[in-house]
Design a protein around this ligand. Structure first.
Ligand SMILES: Nc1ncnc2c1ncn2[C@@H]1O[C@H](COP(=O)(O)OP(=O)(O)OP(=O)(O)O)[C@@H](O)[C@H]1O
Ligand SMILES: [Mg+2]
Length: 454
C-alpha cells in the first residue's frame, strides 16, 4: 500500500512544513497550521510557456493581438479597467448568497457573441438553467458543465475553446494530483495554479469564484490572491438589494473604481446614478435628524443620507448604536461635540443609521454625522437641499477632504442648493453657479449657521 504522506500547511499563506508550528515562519501568523494528506508532489512548477520559453526584448513583444473583451456591461467593464483582458484570471469573492453565481452567469448570458463555459461544482445543470431562465437568457453561447474534477474541466475547456471560462467555485474543485479533500489549502493552491497555466497558455480569461471566511477574507491560502490578476469583492448587505462590486487588486486597471448593482428578480441591474437612489425622496418635506453626506468611494462620488435619533436615556448608561459606520467613529464625534461645543450627551441615547445598507469609511461624512445628531437633538430639520462634506478633527475644527471639486460638481448636478465644506479646502476650479458653497471652520460656527445656537 502506498505510504500516506502528510504535511502541515499554513491557512494564511500556504507555507508547507513537515511538523506543526505555532507561528508561521513565512507570514508570521499564529495558529494557522492544518494537517493535510499529500501523497504526490503538492507543488508543481508553474511553467506558463512550457520549456520552449525564451527571453525577448521588451520592444519586440507584440501586443497588437492583446485585446480586451467587451462584457456588455458598463459597470463591469469599468471595474476591470476597460474590458476583460484575454488570458487574465479574475477571482470573485463575497459572502454566501450575495450573488456571485448570478453575477458570473449574467456576464456569460449578456454577451451573445462570446462563447463561455460555465463550470459549476455547487449546482446541477438544471439548477443553473432555472437561474438562467430567471435572468432572461436569449441567444447566449453559454455552455454549462457540472463537474468538480479539474482535469476533466481543463480537458473539456481545451476541446470547447471558450472565450471565457467561469469556475464556480474554486473551493469545490479537486485535482487527482493531490489526495487531500476538495477545499483544502493544497487543493485550492494546486487547482488555481493549473487554471492559471490554462489561462496563460490558451489566452482564455478565467473567472474564479471564491468563498470567503468569517472575517471576510477569501478562503484558502493568501497565495491565491497573489497569483490571480484581478480580485473582485462583491459586497453589500444581503438583506438589502444594493450590491457593490470593487476591485481590491487589478493588474490592468485602477482599484478605485466601484460598480453598484441592485438585485432584482431578473438579476443584477446596474445603477448608474447611485446617489439619486440612496437619498430618499422627501421632496420639500424635511425631518429632523437627517443630513446628506457628500462621500466618495474610490473615485466615485456617493451621496448618502445619514440619520440620527437622539433621545433621553432610559437607563443609567446611554446607548450608542450605529449601522453603516464604525461605532467608535460616532463615539469620537460625540466626544468632540461634548468637549468642543459644550453639547451634553451623557444622558442621551444616540442611534445612527446610513440608509440603503451601505457601509461608509470616508471621513468626509463626519460633518453630516454631527449635523444629523445636532438636528435630532434640537429637533430642527436641516433643509434637504443642503449637503455636507468635511472631516471633524479632535479639536473641533472642520478639516478639508480630497476631491472637493468633484464632490461640489456632483452636488450641483444632483440639484443641491448649498454645500458645507471646510474653510481650509482648496478649490482648484470655480464652483458651479447653481450651488452656494458655504465654508465653515469650526463646529460652533456650523451650529450657529444651521440652528442659530452658540
Ligand atoms: N427570484 C429572485 N428574486 C430576487 N432575488 C433573487 C431571486 N432568486 C435569488 N435571488 C437573489 O440571489 C441571491 C443568490 O444569488 P447567488 O446564488 O448568485 O449567490 P452566491 O453568492 O453564488 O451564493 P453561494 O455562496 O451560495 O454560491 C439570493 O440571496 C437573492 O438575494
Ligand atoms: Mg453560488
Amino acid at each position: 500500500m502506498a505510504k500516506v504522506k502528510k504535511a502541515f500547511f499554513c491557512k494564511n499563506c500556504g507555507h508547507e512544513s513537515a511538523k506543526w508550528l505555532g507561528c508561521c515562519p513565512s507570514c508570521g501568523e499564529w495558529n494557522t497550521f492544518v494537517e493535510e494528506i499529500v501523497s504526490k508532489p503538492a507543488t508543481s512548477a508553474l511553467g506558463i510557456n512550457n520549456s520552449n520559453s525564451k527571453a525577448l526584448l521588451i520592444n519586440d513583444i507584440d501586443i497588437s493581438h492583446e485585446s480586451r473583451l467587451n462584457l456588455n456591461s458598463v459597470e463591469i467593464n469599468r471595474i476591470l479597467g476597460g474590458g476583460l483582458v484575454c488570458g487574465s484570471m479574475i477571482l470573485v469573492g463575497g459572502e454566501p448568497g450575495i450573488g456571485k453565481s448570478t453575477l458570473s452567469l449574467q456576464i456569460a448570458l449578456k454577451c451573445p457573441d462570446i462563447k463561455t463555459l460555465y463550470v459549476s461544482g455547487e449546482e446541477s445543470a438544471q439548477q443553473i438553467k432555472i437561474r438562467a431562465a430567471r435572468l432572461g437568457s436569449n441567444d447566449a453561447q453559454c455552455y454549462i458543465l457540472s463537474e468538480t474534477l479539474l482535469e476533466t474541466i481543463i480537458m473539456q475547456a481545451k476541446e470547447l475553446k471558450p472565450d471565457i471560462l467561469v469556475i464556480d467555485s474554486i473551493q469545490t474543485l479537486y485535482t487527482e494530483r493531490i489526495d487531500s479533500s476538495a477545499g483544502s489549502i493544497s487543493q485550492i493552491r494546486d487547482c488555481a495554479m493549473q487554471l492559471l497555466k490554462f489561462a496563460k497558455e490558451t489566452n482564455t480569461p478565467v473567472f474564479v469564484i471564491g468563498h470567503i471566511t468569517k472575517d471576510g477574507t477569501i478562503a484558502g491560502p493568501k497565495v491565491l490572491e497573489h497569483i490571480v490578476d484581478v480580485v473582485l469583492q462583491f459586497e453589500g448587505d444581503s438583506n438589502h438589494a444594493y450590491r457593490i462590486l470593487r476591485a481590491t487588486k487589478n493588474r490592468f486597471g485602477s482599484t478605485a473604481e466601484i460598480g453598484i448593482f441592485e438585485m432584482q428578480n431578473t438579476g443584477l441591474r446596474e445603477i448608474e446614478n447611485p446617489s439619486e437612489i440612496l437619498i430618499s425622496q422627501h421632496n420639500d418635506l424635511s425631518f429632523s435628524g437627517v443630513a446628506i453626506a457628500a462621500t466618495m468611494d474610490g473615485v466615485r462620488p456617493l451621496f448618502i443620507e445619514t440619520q440620527s435619533l437622539v433621545s433621553t436615556a432610559a437607563y443609567g448608561v446611554p446607548q450608542r448604536s450605529t449601522t453603516g459606520i464604525d461605532v467608535r467613529r460616532l463615539n469620537m464625534l460625540l466626544a468632540v461635540l461634548e468637549k468642543r461645543a459644550g453639547f451634553r450627551l451623557a444622558m442621551k441615547d444616540v442611534f445612527f443609521n446610513i440608509t440603503g445598507g451601505l457601509r461608509i469609511s470616508d471621513t468626509a461624512a463626519d460633518m453630516a454625522i454631527i449635523s444629523s445628531v445636532l438636528s435630532s437633538n434640537f429637533d430642527v430639520p436641516i433643509p434637504v437641499s443642503s449637503c455636507f462634506c468635511a472631516e471633524v478633527g479632535l479639536t473641533g475644527e472642520l478639516r478639508p477632504v480630497s476631491h472637493i471639486n468633484q464632490r461640489i460638481g456632483e452636488a450641483a448636478r444632483l440639484n443641491f442648493k448649498k454645500i458645507f465644506i471646510s474653510r481650509y479646502s482648496k478649490l482648484e476650479d470655480k464652483p458651479p453657479v447653481n450651488i452656494e458653497v458655504i465654508s465653515v471652520a469650526k463646529i460652533e460656527e456650523l451650529m450657529k449657521i444651521l440652528f442659530g445656537k452658540n
